[in-house]
Design a protein. Structure first.
Length: 315
């Protein structure tokens, strides 16, 4: 495997490049004798910036071009935010490794207010995530939630331009881009359940590429894998893409034996919210995610999701 070159397909946003550079550095750290190159590309999700994400439709907006590059052997691996990775993979590709998780919490960012609770009545909050919107609305029906698209820097600029009183972002992105000083408040999962996979980086590759898989193996984080796969199993059973009002968040017990998974499905306007939780052995993480989804469905999540999907199809 001397002088093997590993080509990383990546989007060009600052966060995507950070994640690709991180994987490159990790690969070089574990394997002194390889070359790692970035292959930057533009995805559909990067181009369609003027339409609310929920209405753009189609799962995997940010990953498809990267996957085609791997299938056509123009790249060997793709580095993704796990949050943006669809639950199913195209034939011939699979998720090989999940790296250690960054802070999974959502971040409250504002130039005026120190915390969510300080927002005055009718304050304008920017987020294009239905999950964040429904959880905000459930607590604070008075808030004026407005769409906010673009990469992390664009979103911060829109806040600084005065378009919003506050915006909600993933803490992980801000921390990775060395902008954690912009975080006024880390919103605890009890107050806002994160998205499945939030804060975790995953690596996808061709399923038959044994050389690449061997090189990737040391980058894996076992506990992150258990947590994220349990969260994704819940989303999969709910047939949720990345733009649905679904939260799911798993943690591992102190003795390392159990996974505690929380899940939530909400109406976009926050008028309804179905929440539940489940605990069990880490070996059964995905089955627990599935069971939690079934419970949510039987308690009314099916009706809520049907409504969400028909709204986005008709608009
Ligand atoms: N949907 C876009 C996206 N995908 C991953 C992150 C943040 C980093 C992460 O969750 O790993 C973001 C931005 C955000 O939600 O604020």
């Amino acid at each position: 495997m001397n002088n093997k070159t590993v080509r990383i397909a990546t989007r060009k946003s600052a966060l995507a490049l950070w994640q690709a550079e991180y994987v490159k550095a990790q690969l070089e750290h574990f394997h002194a004798d390889i070359n790692v190159e970035l292959v930057p590309m533009t995805t559909k999700g990067d181009i369609i910036l003027d339409t609310p994400l929920a209405k753009v439709g189609g799962k995997g907006l940010f990953v498809k071009e990267l996957e085609v590059a791997m299938l056509e052997n123009r790249a060997d691996i793709a580095v993704h935010s796990m949050k943006d990775v669809p639950v199913d993979f195209p034939e011939g590709l699979g998720l090989e490794v999940i790296c250690p998780r960054e802070d999974p919490r959502d971040a409250f960012v504002s130039n005026t207010y120190k915390a969510l609770a300080d927002l005055p009545e009718g304050a304008i909050v920017g987020t294009s995530s239905l999950r964040r919107q429904c959880q905000l609305k459930a607590k604070r029906p008075d808030l004026d939630i407005r769409d906010l698209r673009g990469n992390v820097n664009t979103r911060l600029r829109k806040l600084d331009d005065g378009e919003y009183d506050a915006i909600i972002l993933a803490s992980a992105g801000l921390i990775r881009l060395k902008m954690s000083d912009r975080i006024a408040q880390f919103i605890e999962p009890e107050e806002m359940l994160p998205a499945n996979g939030q804060g975790a980086v995953g690596i996808e590759c061709r399923t038959d590429d044994e050389n690449i898989k061997a090189l990737l193996a040391p980058l894996e984080c076992k506990t992150t894998r258990v947590r994220v796969l349990a969260e994704r199993a819940m989303n999969k059973a709910l047939e949720g893409g990345c733009q649905v009002p679904i939260g799911s968040y798993g943690v591992i017990s102190e003795d390392g034996k159990d996974v505690y998974l929380r899940g939530l499905v909400g109406a976009v306007d926050g008028s309804e919210m179905i929440e539940s939780e489940i605990t069990g052995p880490i070996e059964q993480g995905e089955a627990l995610g599935d069971a939690l989804a079934q419970e949510l469905l039987s308690r009314g999540a099916d009706k809520i999701l049907k409504q969400v999907y028909s709204d986005s199809a008709n608009d």
